[in-house]
Write a protein that binds this ligand. Structure first.
Ligand code: PAF
Length: 283
């Protein structure tokens, strides 16, 4: 497996592959890979000749410095896991902060037609400027034909589609279904940081999302939201940050339900000091 830490060497290698008309898929990650990531890589490999997996904990998208320090970094294990999928057609790009940010570790400022103001944007200051900055930079370096993102970060996926549209980038952005553990917990690199007790409590998040979906069939968004908030008050180990039912396209919170629109419920929960997010399509 080829592993690059330097963008010029990676670009040079990818140009050689393109001479032979090889198509390049891309899975950007922050490492601590799990089966959710592997499903993106596998899908990417079925649609492209090569897959680049970037492993980079991007400092500019963290609003909380402690979260950045504690974010798991497991490059060796990540590479071993990727080798179980394919040794020949996966290319790893694991840059240093300097390789990406050269002089200043700073975000560019973006507008994403208002998508950036909702939910994660409202609760994590500067988060989507950081995501926009790194994804744009990585797309410029890798120049992929297709890029794959999980729907666990559904808002991020919509924002990246908008980034590509607004900046006319020649890449197809493909969203892939959420991968869950057997007990329903959405797979996330952050799950490895959960204590045993918090890990046992965490499947309540998806259980509640599924129940909220059923309730949304007959009840208003306000009713469902109040019900969810009440359920979390009874949970000792989980602290609800937000539960929001929003229009799947605009991500604006729903005021009055319409049969012509599609909706999604979004949730952010603290399990101890680990922040978990999840979402579910409602109709
Ligand atoms: O979803 C992630 O892991 C990150 O936000 C991404 C897209 C790799 C950018 O750092």
């Amino acid at each position: 497996m080829k592993i690059f830490h330097n963008k010029s060497e990676l670009s040079h290698h990818l140009s050689n592959l393109r001479v032979n008309k090889g198509s390049v898929g891309f899975v950007p990650t922050m490492g601590a890979l799990h089966n959710g990531h592997l499903s993106l890589v596998t899908k990417g490999l079925s649609e492209n000749d090569y897959i680049v997996v970037s492993i980079f904990v991007n400092p500019t998208q963290f609003d909380n410095p402690e979260d950045l320090v504690k974010y798991p970094r497991t490059l060796e294990a990540d590479v071993s896991l990727l080798k179980t999928v394919s040794d020949k057609t996966i290319i790893v790009y694991a840059p240093s902060v300097e390789d990406i940010y050269t002089d200043t570790v700073k975000s560019q400022s973006f507008r994403f037609d208002g998508l950036e103001h909702e939910m994660e944007g409202a609760f994590r200051d500067g988060h989507f400027n950081g995501v926009g900055t790194i994804v744009k930079r990585l797309f410029e370096i890798v120049k992929p034909n297709r890029a794959y993102f999980g729907e666990k970060d559904f808002q991020q996926l919509q924002i990246i589609k908008k980034l590509v549209e607004l900046h006319r980038m020649p890449v197809e952005v493909i969203g892939c279904p959420i991968h869950r553990a057997e007990d329903g917990l959405a797979m996330s690199s952050r799950n490895t940081r959960l204590t045993k007790h918090h890990r046992t409590a965490a499947p309540f998040i998806y259980k509640t999302l599924k129940a909220a979906k059923v309730k949304f069939g007959t009840k208003s968004a306000k009713n469902v939201t109040e019900w969810v908030e009440k359920q979390f008050k009874k949970q000792e180990l989980l602290k609800l940050e937000y539960f929001i039912i929003a229009d799947s396209k605009t991500l604006k919170p729903v005021k009055r339900k319409s049969t012509k629109k599609t909706y999604r419920a979004f949730i952010a929960v603290y399990a101890g000091d680990v922040r978990l997010i999840d979402n579910i399509a409602l109709n």
